[in-house]
Design a binder for this molecule. Structure first.
Ligand SMILES: [Zn+2]
Length: 120
C-alpha cells in the first residue's frame, strides 16, 4: 500500500520540509511558460517523499521522539487501533514493520491520522 498524497503532504510538513506541487504557470520571455512550485521555485526539480521505505518510517517516528510526542502517539495507537501492542512481543516489531515491510504505508497512514486528529 502506498500512502495517499494527502498523507505524504501532511507527513512532509510534520518533518518541517516543503511540499512540492505545481501551483501555476509563469511566462518567461525567453523560455515560455514555466511551472511554478508550491515551494516558490520555478521549474522545481525536487521530488516529494513517498513514505514507503523503512528509512521514511524511522524519519517520521524519529521526529515524534524529537518533539516529545512519541508516547502520545503510542497511547493513541493503543486506544484507536485494532492491533494490540502486546502481539508480536512488545508490539515494536509490528509498529516498525520488521516482519512486514509491505505494511509501511499503512503505518504512515496511521501516523497521518494521528496528526489529523490532533489538528496538526
Ligand atoms: Zn518545489
Amino acid at each position: 500500500m502506498t500512502p495517499s498524497p494527502e498523507t505524504c503532504k501532511r507527513l512532509t510538513e510534520y518533518l518541517g520540509e516543503c511540499w512540492h506541487e505545481p501551483i501555476g504557470t509563469r511566462v518567461s520571455e525567453w523560455h515560455g511558460p514555466l511551472t511554478k512550485c508550491s515551494c516558490g521555485m520555478v521549474e522545481c526539480p525536487k521530488v516529494n517523499l513517498l513514505f514507503s521505505t523503512s528509512a521514511d518510517l524511522f524519519t517520521v517516528y524519529g521526529k515524534m521522539v524529537e518533539r516529545g510526542e512519541w508516547l502520545e502517539f503510542i497511547d493513541w495507537i493503543d486506544e484507536t487501533q485494532d492491533i494490540p501492542l502486546e502481539q508480536n512481543g512488545d508490539g515494536h516489531a509490528w509498529l516498525f514493520c520488521l516482519a512486514a515491510p509491505d505494511q509501511i504505508g499503512e503505518r504512515m497512514e496511521m501516523a497521518s491520522a494521528w496528526l489529523k486528529e490532533r489538528g496538526k
